[in-house]
Design a protein around this ligand. Structure first.
Ligand SMILES: C[S@@+](CC[C@H](N)C(=O)[O-])C[C@H]1O[C@@H](n2cnc3c(N)ncnc32)[C@H](O)[C@@H]1O
Length: 110
């Protein structure tokens, strides 16, 4: 008998994923590369229009005036040196990749 599984989609920071160890069969990731693309700042452009159009339908996704930036894994230099920014990005990336490894079950792939 075929079993149809309905996928769940939710939003969370990669730094705070609420899953137990050995939960997934696979994890696909495409993490940011230093300060190569300022994703959150670019996203502000359409976020403000989406918020006006559909913000009342998804209030939990549009609860902030602009896109959330505090947990973004990126090497911005707004309030820190380039060396500090690089170190933060590398530490955050290593931590969340390590966490992904723990999420995976014995037969899984990252
Ligand atoms: C290389 S891009 C991924 C591009 C995507 N694969 C695509 O094809 O459009 C990296 C993404 O990681 C997101 N990102 C940065 N920090 C994050 C975090 N803490 N949690 C979840 N996503 C984050 C960025 O907003 C950006 O969308």
């Amino acid at each position: 008998m075929n079993v149809i599984r309905i996928p769940s989609i939710f939003m969370a920071s990669a730094t705070e994923l609420p899953f137990p160890d050995n939960y997934f069969d696979a994890v696909f990731t495409d993490p940011p590369y230093y300060d190569n693309v300022p994703y959150s700042y670019l996203s502000d452009f359409f976020y403000v229009w989406l918020k006006r159009a559909i913000g009342d339908l998804y209030p939990e996704l549009f609860s902030t005036p602009l896109t959330p930036k505090s947990k973004e894994i990126v090497a911005y230099t707004n309030n820190r040196s380039w060396e500090e920014a690089k170190k933060t990005l590398r530490t955050c990336s290593a931590n969340h990749l390590r966490r992904y490894t723990a999420f995976l079950n014995q037969t899984a792939s990252l």
